[in-house]
Design a protein around this ligand. Structure first.
Ligand SMILES: [Fe+2]
Length: 321
């Protein structure tokens, strides 16, 4: 991908997602594993918009959500707007929390790649935001959800009166954050209420793209059996390694709304695939749930049929409601 194309898309993101204005203090941030070309494209795009732009980088952290060096958070907190685009995520860190508390707008793009820039980032942002908010509102208003598919998924859950998050990519208010690629919703179902079978056939973190379906039996809101082949075994062993009951909690349900997201093995993109449903398993406190667990993993059902309160919303992977 050539540099001018990267700058064009970065410019679009700064204008339509982060709403950067002339004279604003804008920090572009990424770690040592991120493509310098990608970060530079955002710096150039910011300069085109007459923002006062700074680039902040740090040595890539060993584990996701370890705290970056103190100068990183200090730069974030002093900015009007921040693009956080490291290879190793720092989404849930003090650096990001305190930046928001100080009034910075924070656009998080962990694991962003040049391919994603051309793909699910380069979309009709206003249309995507509208559609994502529309679906999030449907989840918020619904009391129950049911998902079925041809692989044997058949699962029901109660949603209560919780509010669904719209990952619409819009970040225009002080202290607000959002994410790109945009285009998914997220809601924590009521603990203990999910029952049935979930069959993942797209991708599943941390396993990756699934070569064969992974079947989860869910009883009383928790995963009680994981069936399938080698990848099912890998996932079973991954969860068992935490020795914590919370990692089996059904933590999240959402639907993808991004027409340019395609299966990649990275959940940040895969749970945005148009008409897919993803289910999160493990910790739910960041989503308004009550389970605090040492892990949160997501899996994708590619061609689901989704009912919200008996209203057909997605049919065989096509949004119809
Ligand atoms: Fe999730």
């Amino acid at each position: 991908m050539n540099v001018s194309e990267l700058v064009r898309i970065a410019h679009k993101v700064l204008m339509h997602n982060l709403k950067v204005r002339s004279g604003e203090g804008l920090v572009i941030a990424g770690d040592s594993l991120q493509s310098p070309r990608l970060l530079d494209a955002f710096v150039t795009a910011g300069q085109v918009l007459s923002a006062r732009v700074g680039l902040v980088t740090w040595p890539a952290l060993e584990r996701q959500n370890d705290e970056p060096p103190a100068f990183v958070g200090a730069a974030f907190a002093a900015a009007d707007a921040v693009v956080v685009a490291p290879s190793v995520s720092i989404t849930h860190t003090k650096a990001v929390r305190e930046a928001r508390a100080a009034g910075a707008r924070v656009l998080v793009c962990s694991g962003l790649t040049e391919e994603m820039m051309r793909g699910p980032v380069d979309v009709d942002q206003d249309r995507l935001a509208r559609e994502t908010r529309r679906l999030a509102e449907m989840f918020t208003n619904a009391r129950t959800a049911r998902v079925v598919d041809r692989n044997g998924t058949d699962v029901t859950m109660r949603l209560g009166d919780r509010t669904a998050m719209a990952v619409d990519g819009v970040c225009d208010q002080p202290g607000q954050w959002n994410f790109i690629p945009a285009g998914t919703t997220a809601l924590a179902p009521l603990e203990g209420t999910t029952e049935g079978w979930i069959v993942f056939d797209g991708s599943l973190a941390p396993v990756g793209i699934l070569r064969e379906p992974v079947r989860l039996r869910v009883e009383g809101g928790v995963v009680t059996a994981i069936e399938g082949g080698r990848q099912a075994k890998e996932y079973r062993e991954f969860l068992a390694s935490f020795h914590h009951p919370g990692v089996y909690n059904i933590a999240e349900i959402g639907v993808g709304t991004n027409p340019k997201a395609s299966l990649s093995g990275r959940l940040i993109q895969d749970e945005r695939i148009l008409g897919s449903v993803h289910v999160g398993i493990g910790s739910s406190v960041n989503l308004g749930g009550t389970v605090d667990a040492p892990s949160h993993t997501d899996g994708v059902i590619l061609r689901p049929t989704l009912y919200l309160d008996n209203h057909l919303v997605v049919e065989d992977g096509r949004i119809v409601g």
